[in-house]
Design a protein around this ligand. Structure first.
Ligand code: FAD
Length: 489
Protein backbone atom coordinates (compact mmCIF):
# COMPACT_ATOMS: atom_id res chain seq x y z
CA UNK A 1 0.00 0.00 0.00
CA UNK A 2 1.58 3.31 -1.04
CA UNK A 3 0.19 6.75 -0.26
CA UNK A 4 0.72 10.50 -0.13
CA UNK A 5 1.42 12.30 3.16
CA UNK A 6 0.95 15.98 3.88
CA UNK A 7 4.21 17.90 4.41
CA UNK A 8 2.62 19.99 7.19
CA UNK A 9 2.13 16.89 9.31
CA UNK A 10 5.59 15.40 8.81
CA UNK A 11 8.59 15.34 11.15
CA UNK A 12 11.67 14.54 9.13
CA UNK A 13 14.39 12.16 10.32
CA UNK A 14 17.01 13.18 7.76
CA UNK A 15 17.46 15.56 4.85
CA UNK A 16 19.24 15.00 1.53
CA UNK A 17 19.18 16.88 -1.74
CA UNK A 18 17.86 14.12 -4.00
CA UNK A 19 16.19 10.78 -3.37
CA UNK A 20 16.25 8.14 -6.10
CA UNK A 21 13.65 5.38 -5.69
CA UNK A 22 14.80 2.01 -7.09
CA UNK A 23 18.25 0.59 -7.79
CA UNK A 24 17.87 -0.86 -11.28
CA UNK A 25 19.76 0.52 -14.28
CA UNK A 26 17.76 3.74 -14.20
CA UNK A 27 18.28 4.53 -10.52
CA UNK A 28 21.95 3.64 -10.64
CA UNK A 29 22.77 5.77 -13.70
CA UNK A 30 20.89 8.73 -12.18
CA UNK A 31 22.65 8.30 -8.80
CA UNK A 32 26.07 8.02 -10.41
CA UNK A 33 25.62 11.28 -12.29
CA UNK A 34 24.27 13.08 -9.22
CA UNK A 35 27.08 11.80 -7.01
CA UNK A 36 29.69 12.95 -9.53
CA UNK A 37 28.09 16.38 -9.53
CA UNK A 38 28.52 16.52 -5.77
CA UNK A 39 24.77 16.47 -5.17
CA UNK A 40 23.85 14.78 -1.87
CA UNK A 41 21.89 11.77 -3.12
CA UNK A 42 20.27 8.80 -1.41
CA UNK A 43 19.39 5.73 -3.49
CA UNK A 44 16.57 3.70 -1.88
CA UNK A 45 15.86 0.09 -2.83
CA UNK A 46 13.13 -2.14 -1.43
CA UNK A 47 15.08 -5.41 -1.83
CA UNK A 48 17.90 -6.43 0.50
CA UNK A 49 20.06 -7.03 -2.56
CA UNK A 50 19.28 -4.76 -5.51
CA UNK A 51 18.50 -6.61 -8.73
CA UNK A 52 15.45 -5.22 -10.45
CA UNK A 53 14.29 -6.33 -13.87
CA UNK A 54 17.65 -5.01 -15.06
CA UNK A 55 19.45 -8.03 -13.63
CA UNK A 56 16.88 -10.43 -15.15
CA UNK A 57 17.23 -8.86 -18.59
CA UNK A 58 19.54 -9.75 -21.45
CA UNK A 59 21.19 -6.41 -20.80
CA UNK A 60 21.14 -5.25 -24.45
CA UNK A 61 21.05 -1.45 -24.78
CA UNK A 62 20.47 0.21 -28.14
CA UNK A 63 22.39 3.45 -28.69
CA UNK A 64 23.40 5.53 -31.70
CA UNK A 65 26.67 7.31 -32.38
CA UNK A 66 28.79 5.56 -29.75
CA UNK A 67 32.58 5.32 -29.75
CA UNK A 68 32.20 1.57 -30.20
CA UNK A 69 30.03 1.93 -33.29
CA UNK A 70 32.53 4.40 -34.70
CA UNK A 71 35.44 2.02 -34.18
CA UNK A 72 33.41 -0.83 -35.74
CA UNK A 73 32.65 1.35 -38.77
CA UNK A 74 28.89 1.36 -38.11
CA UNK A 75 27.21 4.46 -39.43
CA UNK A 76 24.27 5.50 -37.26
CA UNK A 77 22.58 8.60 -35.92
CA UNK A 78 20.05 9.67 -33.32
CA UNK A 79 17.70 10.61 -36.16
CA UNK A 80 17.86 7.15 -37.78
CA UNK A 81 17.32 5.55 -34.37
CA UNK A 82 14.36 7.85 -33.67
CA UNK A 83 12.81 6.95 -37.03
CA UNK A 84 13.13 3.22 -36.20
CA UNK A 85 11.43 3.78 -32.82
CA UNK A 86 8.56 5.71 -34.36
CA UNK A 87 8.08 3.20 -37.20
CA UNK A 88 7.66 0.42 -34.63
CA UNK A 89 5.51 2.58 -32.35
CA UNK A 90 3.24 3.56 -35.22
CA UNK A 91 4.37 7.18 -34.65
CA UNK A 92 2.57 7.23 -31.29
CA UNK A 93 5.64 7.97 -29.13
CA UNK A 94 6.19 11.54 -27.91
CA UNK A 95 8.68 12.96 -30.47
CA UNK A 96 10.43 15.17 -27.89
CA UNK A 97 11.07 12.24 -25.60
CA UNK A 98 12.17 10.04 -28.49
CA UNK A 99 14.59 12.76 -29.54
CA UNK A 100 15.90 13.22 -25.97
CA UNK A 101 16.56 9.50 -25.42
CA UNK A 102 18.05 8.76 -28.83
CA UNK A 103 20.40 11.72 -28.55
CA UNK A 104 21.51 10.93 -25.03
CA UNK A 105 21.79 7.14 -24.81
CA UNK A 106 25.04 6.89 -26.81
CA UNK A 107 26.59 9.66 -24.73
CA UNK A 108 25.61 7.91 -21.51
CA UNK A 109 27.18 4.62 -22.68
CA UNK A 110 30.39 6.42 -23.73
CA UNK A 111 30.49 8.20 -20.36
CA UNK A 112 29.96 4.91 -18.47
CA UNK A 113 32.83 3.43 -20.48
CA UNK A 114 35.27 6.32 -20.17
CA UNK A 115 34.46 7.44 -16.63
CA UNK A 116 33.42 4.20 -14.97
CA UNK A 117 35.23 1.52 -16.94
CA UNK A 118 32.11 -0.29 -18.19
CA UNK A 119 33.13 -2.28 -21.26
CA UNK A 120 30.74 -2.61 -24.17
CA UNK A 121 30.55 -5.05 -27.03
CA UNK A 122 28.46 -4.40 -30.13
CA UNK A 123 26.09 -7.25 -31.07
CA UNK A 124 26.71 -7.71 -34.78
CA UNK A 125 25.66 -11.36 -35.20
CA UNK A 126 22.21 -10.40 -36.36
CA UNK A 127 20.00 -7.35 -36.72
CA UNK A 128 17.33 -7.00 -34.03
CA UNK A 129 13.84 -6.69 -35.55
CA UNK A 130 13.04 -3.10 -36.47
CA UNK A 131 16.58 -1.67 -36.10
CA UNK A 132 18.15 -0.39 -39.32
CA UNK A 133 21.68 -0.94 -38.15
CA UNK A 134 23.84 -2.61 -35.50
CA UNK A 135 23.37 -0.54 -32.37
CA UNK A 136 22.74 -3.09 -29.62
CA UNK A 137 25.40 -2.74 -26.89
CA UNK A 138 26.04 -5.20 -24.06
CA UNK A 139 28.67 -5.81 -21.41
CA UNK A 140 31.04 -8.62 -22.48
CA UNK A 141 29.13 -11.25 -20.46
CA UNK A 142 25.98 -10.34 -22.44
CA UNK A 143 23.67 -10.63 -19.44
CA UNK A 144 21.58 -8.16 -17.48
CA UNK A 145 22.99 -9.61 -14.26
CA UNK A 146 26.51 -8.63 -15.34
CA UNK A 147 25.30 -5.19 -16.47
CA UNK A 148 23.67 -4.65 -13.08
CA UNK A 149 26.77 -5.92 -11.25
CA UNK A 150 29.04 -3.57 -13.21
CA UNK A 151 26.74 -0.61 -12.52
CA UNK A 152 26.56 -1.58 -8.83
CA UNK A 153 30.36 -1.64 -8.64
CA UNK A 154 30.53 1.81 -10.24
CA UNK A 155 27.93 3.12 -7.77
CA UNK A 156 29.92 1.70 -4.87
CA UNK A 157 33.20 3.11 -6.15
CA UNK A 158 31.59 6.54 -6.62
CA UNK A 159 30.51 6.50 -2.97
CA UNK A 160 26.78 6.81 -3.68
CA UNK A 161 24.76 6.43 -0.46
CA UNK A 162 22.39 3.51 -0.88
CA UNK A 163 19.88 2.09 1.58
CA UNK A 164 18.53 -1.39 0.86
CA UNK A 165 15.51 -3.09 2.46
CA UNK A 166 14.06 0.40 2.22
CA UNK A 167 10.72 0.43 0.47
CA UNK A 168 9.40 3.91 -0.24
CA UNK A 169 5.77 3.78 0.86
CA UNK A 170 4.82 7.44 0.67
CA UNK A 171 5.62 10.63 -1.16
CA UNK A 172 5.42 13.69 1.07
CA UNK A 173 3.48 16.45 -0.61
CA UNK A 174 2.95 20.17 -0.30
CA UNK A 175 -0.52 20.48 -1.83
CA UNK A 176 -1.13 22.95 -4.65
CA UNK A 177 -1.96 26.50 -3.58
CA UNK A 178 -3.44 29.33 -5.59
CA UNK A 179 -0.10 30.32 -7.12
CA UNK A 180 1.93 27.19 -6.58
CA UNK A 181 1.51 23.74 -8.13
CA UNK A 182 1.72 20.58 -6.03
CA UNK A 183 5.30 19.90 -4.85
CA UNK A 184 7.07 16.80 -3.55
CA UNK A 185 9.04 17.45 -0.34
CA UNK A 186 10.36 14.00 0.52
CA UNK A 187 9.54 10.34 1.03
CA UNK A 188 8.71 7.88 3.78
CA UNK A 189 10.52 4.55 3.88
CA UNK A 190 9.23 1.34 5.50
CA UNK A 191 11.73 -1.23 6.79
CA UNK A 192 11.11 -5.01 6.98
CA UNK A 193 10.71 -4.73 10.81
CA UNK A 194 7.88 -2.23 10.11
CA UNK A 195 9.85 0.78 11.37
CA UNK A 196 9.80 3.86 9.16
CA UNK A 197 11.91 6.92 8.38
CA UNK A 198 10.98 10.17 6.72
CA UNK A 199 13.45 11.84 4.42
CA UNK A 200 13.24 15.45 3.29
CA UNK A 201 14.43 16.00 -0.28
CA UNK A 202 14.47 18.78 -2.85
CA UNK A 203 14.00 16.32 -5.71
CA UNK A 204 12.72 12.76 -6.06
CA UNK A 205 13.38 10.52 -9.05
CA UNK A 206 10.98 7.59 -9.40
CA UNK A 207 13.10 4.79 -10.90
CA UNK A 208 10.91 2.00 -9.51
CA UNK A 209 9.78 0.55 -12.88
CA UNK A 210 6.22 -0.38 -13.89
CA UNK A 211 3.25 -2.49 -12.81
CA UNK A 212 3.92 -5.94 -14.30
CA UNK A 213 3.83 -7.50 -10.83
CA UNK A 214 0.54 -5.83 -9.85
CA UNK A 215 -2.24 -8.16 -10.99
CA UNK A 216 -5.01 -5.60 -10.37
CA UNK A 217 -3.27 -2.99 -12.53
CA UNK A 218 -2.48 -5.60 -15.20
CA UNK A 219 -6.19 -6.57 -15.35
CA UNK A 220 -7.13 -2.92 -15.63
CA UNK A 221 -4.52 -1.77 -18.15
CA UNK A 222 -3.46 -4.89 -20.10
CA UNK A 223 -6.37 -7.37 -19.95
CA UNK A 224 -5.07 -9.30 -23.00
CA UNK A 225 -2.12 -10.55 -20.91
CA UNK A 226 -3.55 -10.35 -17.39
CA UNK A 227 -3.46 -14.14 -17.08
CA UNK A 228 -0.09 -14.56 -18.79
CA UNK A 229 3.10 -15.39 -16.94
CA UNK A 230 4.95 -12.26 -15.74
CA UNK A 231 8.68 -12.78 -16.11
CA UNK A 232 9.91 -9.47 -14.66
CA UNK A 233 10.99 -8.47 -11.18
CA UNK A 234 8.37 -9.03 -8.42
CA UNK A 235 9.14 -5.60 -6.93
CA UNK A 236 7.64 -3.80 -9.93
CA UNK A 237 4.29 -3.32 -8.20
CA UNK A 238 3.26 -0.10 -9.92
CA UNK A 239 4.03 2.28 -7.04
CA UNK A 240 4.87 5.13 -9.44
CA UNK A 241 1.55 4.81 -11.24
CA UNK A 242 -0.39 4.62 -7.95
CA UNK A 243 1.29 7.79 -6.64
CA UNK A 244 0.67 9.36 -10.03
CA UNK A 245 -3.06 8.80 -9.84
CA UNK A 246 -3.16 10.17 -6.28
CA UNK A 247 -1.30 13.27 -7.49
CA UNK A 248 -3.59 13.71 -10.51
CA UNK A 249 -0.60 13.09 -12.75
CA UNK A 250 -1.34 11.97 -16.29
CA UNK A 251 -0.84 8.31 -17.22
CA UNK A 252 0.06 7.55 -20.82
CA UNK A 253 -0.07 4.40 -22.97
CA UNK A 254 -0.83 2.15 -20.02
CA UNK A 255 -1.79 -0.67 -22.42
CA UNK A 256 1.80 -0.87 -23.74
CA UNK A 257 4.23 -3.55 -22.64
CA UNK A 258 7.14 -5.71 -23.68
CA UNK A 259 5.90 -9.18 -24.31
CA UNK A 260 7.99 -12.09 -25.45
CA UNK A 261 6.97 -15.10 -27.49
CA UNK A 262 9.90 -17.35 -26.65
CA UNK A 263 10.41 -18.40 -23.05
CA UNK A 264 11.47 -22.04 -22.62
CA UNK A 265 8.37 -23.84 -21.35
CA UNK A 266 8.69 -25.05 -17.76
CA UNK A 267 12.18 -23.57 -17.49
CA UNK A 268 11.35 -19.87 -17.94
CA UNK A 269 14.58 -19.20 -19.79
CA UNK A 270 14.61 -16.62 -22.57
CA UNK A 271 15.35 -18.24 -25.94
CA UNK A 272 17.04 -15.76 -28.23
CA UNK A 273 14.92 -14.38 -31.07
CA UNK A 274 18.03 -14.60 -33.26
CA UNK A 275 17.05 -18.23 -34.00
CA UNK A 276 13.84 -17.01 -35.63
CA UNK A 277 15.32 -13.98 -37.36
CA UNK A 278 17.98 -16.17 -39.02
CA UNK A 279 15.79 -18.94 -40.43
CA UNK A 280 14.02 -20.72 -37.55
CA UNK A 281 10.22 -20.85 -37.31
CA UNK A 282 7.52 -21.15 -34.66
CA UNK A 283 5.13 -24.09 -35.13
CA UNK A 284 2.11 -24.86 -32.98
CA UNK A 285 1.19 -28.25 -31.52
CA UNK A 286 -0.93 -28.97 -34.61
CA UNK A 287 2.23 -28.77 -36.72
CA UNK A 288 1.24 -25.43 -38.28
CA UNK A 289 2.82 -21.98 -38.52
CA UNK A 290 0.57 -19.12 -37.47
CA UNK A 291 2.32 -15.73 -37.87
CA UNK A 292 5.24 -13.67 -39.15
CA UNK A 293 7.95 -14.13 -36.53
CA UNK A 294 9.94 -11.26 -38.02
CA UNK A 295 7.48 -8.60 -36.90
CA UNK A 296 9.01 -8.79 -33.43
CA UNK A 297 9.20 -10.92 -30.32
CA UNK A 298 7.00 -8.60 -28.28
CA UNK A 299 3.78 -8.89 -30.33
CA UNK A 300 4.50 -12.58 -30.86
CA UNK A 301 3.55 -13.10 -27.19
CA UNK A 302 -0.07 -12.40 -28.15
CA UNK A 303 0.13 -14.75 -31.17
CA UNK A 304 1.58 -17.57 -29.06
CA UNK A 305 -0.99 -17.23 -26.27
CA UNK A 306 -3.72 -17.82 -28.89
CA UNK A 307 -2.29 -21.22 -29.90
CA UNK A 308 -3.58 -24.54 -28.50
CA UNK A 309 -2.15 -25.12 -25.02
CA UNK A 310 -0.66 -21.57 -24.93
CA UNK A 311 2.68 -22.86 -26.20
CA UNK A 312 4.49 -23.49 -29.50
CA UNK A 313 7.78 -24.96 -30.73
CA UNK A 314 10.79 -23.00 -31.98
CA UNK A 315 12.10 -25.24 -34.78
CA UNK A 316 15.57 -24.66 -36.26
CA UNK A 317 18.71 -26.52 -37.28
CA UNK A 318 22.34 -27.15 -36.37
CA UNK A 319 23.62 -23.89 -37.93
CA UNK A 320 21.27 -21.93 -35.67
CA UNK A 321 22.01 -24.15 -32.69
CA UNK A 322 25.68 -23.16 -33.12
CA UNK A 323 24.72 -19.46 -33.30
CA UNK A 324 22.51 -19.78 -30.20
CA UNK A 325 25.55 -20.79 -28.21
CA UNK A 326 26.76 -17.19 -28.32
CA UNK A 327 23.92 -16.34 -25.92
CA UNK A 328 24.28 -17.24 -22.22
CA UNK A 329 20.51 -17.82 -21.84
CA UNK A 330 20.58 -20.34 -24.66
CA UNK A 331 23.43 -22.25 -23.02
CA UNK A 332 21.40 -22.31 -19.81
CA UNK A 333 18.45 -23.77 -21.72
CA UNK A 334 20.70 -26.45 -23.24
CA UNK A 335 22.04 -27.34 -19.79
CA UNK A 336 18.50 -27.47 -18.41
CA UNK A 337 17.53 -30.06 -21.04
CA UNK A 338 15.01 -27.78 -22.79
CA UNK A 339 16.10 -28.77 -26.33
CA UNK A 340 15.13 -31.76 -28.41
CA UNK A 341 17.29 -32.81 -31.34
CA UNK A 342 16.02 -35.04 -34.16
CA UNK A 343 17.77 -36.55 -37.19
CA UNK A 344 14.61 -36.47 -39.30
CA UNK A 345 11.17 -34.86 -39.49
CA UNK A 346 9.63 -38.11 -38.39
CA UNK A 347 11.81 -38.24 -35.26
CA UNK A 348 10.99 -34.57 -34.59
CA UNK A 349 7.30 -35.47 -34.77
CA UNK A 350 7.84 -38.34 -32.30
CA UNK A 351 9.75 -36.15 -29.83
CA UNK A 352 7.35 -33.20 -29.93
CA UNK A 353 4.03 -34.99 -30.56
CA UNK A 354 3.34 -32.64 -33.50
CA UNK A 355 1.41 -34.67 -36.13
CA UNK A 356 3.86 -35.93 -38.78
CA UNK A 357 1.80 -35.07 -41.87
CA UNK A 358 1.23 -31.45 -40.83
CA UNK A 359 4.78 -30.97 -39.64
CA UNK A 360 6.15 -32.38 -42.88
CA UNK A 361 3.88 -30.10 -44.91
CA UNK A 362 4.91 -27.03 -42.90
CA UNK A 363 8.63 -27.74 -43.23
CA UNK A 364 8.28 -28.46 -46.96
CA UNK A 365 6.43 -25.17 -47.45
CA UNK A 366 9.12 -23.10 -45.79
CA UNK A 367 11.84 -24.97 -47.70
CA UNK A 368 10.11 -24.17 -50.97
CA UNK A 369 9.66 -20.53 -49.98
CA UNK A 370 13.29 -20.24 -48.96
CA UNK A 371 14.55 -21.80 -52.19
CA UNK A 372 12.97 -18.93 -54.16
CA UNK A 373 13.46 -16.19 -51.51
CA UNK A 374 9.67 -16.21 -51.25
CA UNK A 375 7.25 -14.55 -48.85
CA UNK A 376 4.61 -16.49 -46.91
CA UNK A 377 0.94 -15.63 -46.30
CA UNK A 378 1.89 -13.82 -43.06
CA UNK A 379 4.34 -11.50 -44.84
CA UNK A 380 7.60 -13.15 -43.73
CA UNK A 381 10.35 -13.35 -46.31
CA UNK A 382 12.51 -16.50 -46.40
CA UNK A 383 16.08 -16.63 -47.71
CA UNK A 384 17.78 -19.32 -49.75
CA UNK A 385 20.89 -19.23 -47.56
CA UNK A 386 18.78 -20.05 -44.48
CA UNK A 387 17.10 -23.33 -45.56
CA UNK A 388 16.67 -25.56 -42.50
CA UNK A 389 18.52 -28.86 -42.70
CA UNK A 390 18.48 -32.01 -40.56
CA UNK A 391 19.33 -32.55 -37.79
CA UNK A 392 16.45 -30.44 -36.49
CA UNK A 393 16.29 -28.80 -33.09
CA UNK A 394 13.18 -27.72 -31.21
CA UNK A 395 12.37 -25.97 -27.95
CA UNK A 396 8.87 -25.74 -26.50
CA UNK A 397 8.23 -22.08 -25.67
CA UNK A 398 5.54 -20.06 -23.92
CA UNK A 399 4.63 -16.36 -23.99
CA UNK A 400 5.31 -13.91 -21.18
CA UNK A 401 5.05 -10.28 -20.12
CA UNK A 402 8.52 -8.87 -19.41
CA UNK A 403 7.69 -5.33 -18.35
CA UNK A 404 5.12 -2.61 -18.82
CA UNK A 405 5.87 0.33 -21.11
CA UNK A 406 3.15 2.80 -20.15
CA UNK A 407 3.42 5.02 -17.11
CA UNK A 408 3.64 8.56 -15.80
CA UNK A 409 3.50 11.33 -18.36
CA UNK A 410 6.78 13.24 -18.38
CA UNK A 411 8.25 16.10 -20.33
CA UNK A 412 11.56 16.00 -22.21
CA UNK A 413 13.41 16.61 -18.93
CA UNK A 414 11.70 13.62 -17.26
CA UNK A 415 9.58 15.92 -15.04
CA UNK A 416 6.21 14.41 -14.12
CA UNK A 417 3.17 16.15 -15.65
CA UNK A 418 -0.35 16.46 -14.29
CA UNK A 419 -3.48 15.76 -16.32
CA UNK A 420 -3.58 19.53 -16.92
CA UNK A 421 -0.05 19.48 -18.36
CA UNK A 422 1.52 21.24 -15.32
CA UNK A 423 4.78 20.06 -13.79
CA UNK A 424 4.57 18.28 -10.43
CA UNK A 425 7.21 20.19 -8.47
CA UNK A 426 10.44 18.29 -7.68
CA UNK A 427 9.20 14.98 -9.10
CA UNK A 428 10.88 13.05 -11.93
CA UNK A 429 10.01 9.66 -13.42
CA UNK A 430 12.35 7.61 -15.58
CA UNK A 431 12.86 4.09 -16.89
CA UNK A 432 9.86 1.83 -16.44
CA UNK A 433 8.18 4.28 -14.05
CA UNK A 434 7.56 6.73 -16.90
CA UNK A 435 5.69 6.30 -20.14
CA UNK A 436 8.14 4.79 -22.63
CA UNK A 437 8.56 5.26 -26.37
CA UNK A 438 6.60 2.22 -27.56
CA UNK A 439 3.21 3.75 -28.30
CA UNK A 440 0.04 2.20 -26.96
CA UNK A 441 0.36 -1.52 -27.74
CA UNK A 442 2.59 -4.57 -27.46
CA UNK A 443 3.50 -4.22 -31.14
CA UNK A 444 5.16 -0.85 -30.56
CA UNK A 445 8.06 -2.23 -28.53
CA UNK A 446 11.33 -1.95 -30.44
CA UNK A 447 14.03 -4.25 -29.02
CA UNK A 448 15.86 -2.45 -26.27
CA UNK A 449 13.28 0.29 -25.57
CA UNK A 450 13.32 -0.81 -21.90
CA UNK A 451 16.95 -0.21 -21.06
CA UNK A 452 17.10 2.69 -23.53
CA UNK A 453 14.65 4.71 -21.45
CA UNK A 454 16.03 3.40 -18.13
CA UNK A 455 19.55 4.56 -18.89
CA UNK A 456 18.86 7.75 -20.80
CA UNK A 457 15.88 9.13 -18.85
CA UNK A 458 17.75 8.40 -15.59
CA UNK A 459 20.63 10.50 -16.93
CA UNK A 460 18.30 13.22 -18.22
CA UNK A 461 16.53 13.54 -14.84
CA UNK A 462 19.89 13.79 -13.06
CA UNK A 463 21.14 16.34 -15.58
CA UNK A 464 18.09 18.54 -15.03
CA UNK A 465 18.52 18.36 -11.26
CA UNK A 466 22.18 19.30 -11.76
CA UNK A 467 21.24 22.24 -13.98
CA UNK A 468 18.80 23.53 -11.39
CA UNK A 469 21.68 23.58 -8.88
CA UNK A 470 24.08 25.33 -11.24
CA UNK A 471 26.06 22.24 -12.24
CA UNK A 472 25.61 22.23 -16.00
CA UNK A 473 26.60 19.98 -17.62
CA UNK A 474 27.25 17.57 -14.78
CA UNK A 475 29.96 15.70 -16.62
CA UNK A 476 31.62 17.02 -19.76
CA UNK A 477 31.68 13.56 -21.34
CA UNK A 478 27.95 13.25 -20.85
CA UNK A 479 26.78 16.47 -22.41
CA UNK A 480 23.14 15.77 -22.81
CA UNK A 481 21.53 18.62 -24.62
CA UNK A 482 18.18 19.45 -23.08
CA UNK A 483 16.42 22.49 -24.49
CA UNK A 484 15.20 24.85 -21.76
CA UNK A 485 11.64 24.97 -22.90
CA UNK A 486 9.59 22.10 -24.23
CA UNK A 487 9.33 22.65 -27.98
CA UNK A 488 5.80 23.11 -29.28
CA UNK A 489 4.08 20.28 -31.13
C1 FAD B 1 13.78 -11.42 -19.14
C2 FAD B 1 13.91 -9.96 -19.52
C3 FAD B 1 14.78 -9.62 -20.55
C4 FAD B 1 14.90 -8.27 -20.91
N1 FAD B 1 15.86 -7.92 -21.82
C5 FAD B 1 16.02 -6.62 -22.15
C6 FAD B 1 17.05 -6.21 -23.04
O1 FAD B 1 17.90 -7.00 -23.47
N2 FAD B 1 17.11 -4.90 -23.38
C7 FAD B 1 16.24 -3.96 -22.88
O2 FAD B 1 16.33 -2.80 -23.23
N3 FAD B 1 15.30 -4.31 -21.97
C8 FAD B 1 15.19 -5.60 -21.59
N4 FAD B 1 14.25 -5.95 -20.65
C9 FAD B 1 13.51 -4.85 -19.97
C10 FAD B 1 14.43 -4.19 -18.94
O3 FAD B 1 14.86 -5.17 -18.03
C11 FAD B 1 13.72 -3.06 -18.17
O4 FAD B 1 13.08 -2.20 -19.09
C12 FAD B 1 14.73 -2.25 -17.37
O5 FAD B 1 15.53 -3.11 -16.59
C13 FAD B 1 14.02 -1.23 -16.49
O6 FAD B 1 14.98 -0.65 -15.64
P1 FAD B 1 14.51 0.17 -14.36
O7 FAD B 1 15.74 0.64 -13.68
O8 FAD B 1 13.48 1.15 -14.78
O9 FAD B 1 13.75 -0.92 -13.47
P2 FAD B 1 14.29 -2.15 -12.58
O10 FAD B 1 15.57 -2.67 -13.09
O11 FAD B 1 13.17 -3.12 -12.43
O12 FAD B 1 14.58 -1.46 -11.18
C14 FAD B 1 13.51 -0.95 -10.39
C15 FAD B 1 13.88 -1.14 -8.94
O13 FAD B 1 12.96 -0.42 -8.12
C16 FAD B 1 12.71 -1.17 -6.94
N5 FAD B 1 11.47 -0.66 -6.36
C17 FAD B 1 10.22 -0.78 -6.83
N6 FAD B 1 9.35 -0.13 -6.03
C18 FAD B 1 10.08 0.43 -5.04
C19 FAD B 1 9.75 1.22 -3.89
N7 FAD B 1 8.48 1.60 -3.63
N8 FAD B 1 10.75 1.60 -3.05
C20 FAD B 1 12.05 1.23 -3.30
N9 FAD B 1 12.40 0.47 -4.35
C21 FAD B 1 11.43 0.09 -5.23
C22 FAD B 1 12.66 -2.60 -7.43
O14 FAD B 1 12.87 -3.51 -6.38
C23 FAD B 1 13.78 -2.59 -8.48
O15 FAD B 1 15.02 -2.98 -7.91
C24 FAD B 1 14.11 -7.27 -20.26
C25 FAD B 1 13.23 -7.63 -19.23
C26 FAD B 1 13.14 -8.97 -18.85
C27 FAD B 1 12.22 -9.32 -17.73
Amino acid sequence: MVELIDNEQTDYDIEVDTVVVGAGACGMVASLLLAEAGIDTLLLERDDTPRGSTSMSSGFIPAAGTLLQESAGVSDSAELFAADIQRKANAEADPQIVSAVTQSCGKVLDWLQQQHGLEWVLLEDFLYPGHSTHRMHAVPEKTGAALHARLSNAVERAGVSIATSARVVALIVEPAAATKPVQICGVRVRRPDNSSETIKASAVILACNGYGANSALMKRFIPEMAEAYYHGHPGNTGDAVIWGELLDAALVHTSAYQGHGSLAYGHNILITWALLMEGGVQINQRGQRFSNEHKGYSEQAVEVIRQPGDFVWNVYDHRLHAMGQNFPDYLEAVAAGALVCADSVSELSDLTAMPLTDLQKTLQEIEQLASVNGTDQFGRQFNSDQILQAPYYAIRVAPAVFHTQGGLAIDHKARVLTTEGDIVGNLYAAGGAACGVSGSSVAGYLSGNGLLTAVSLGAIAATDIGSARGVDPIIPACQIVIPDERPAG
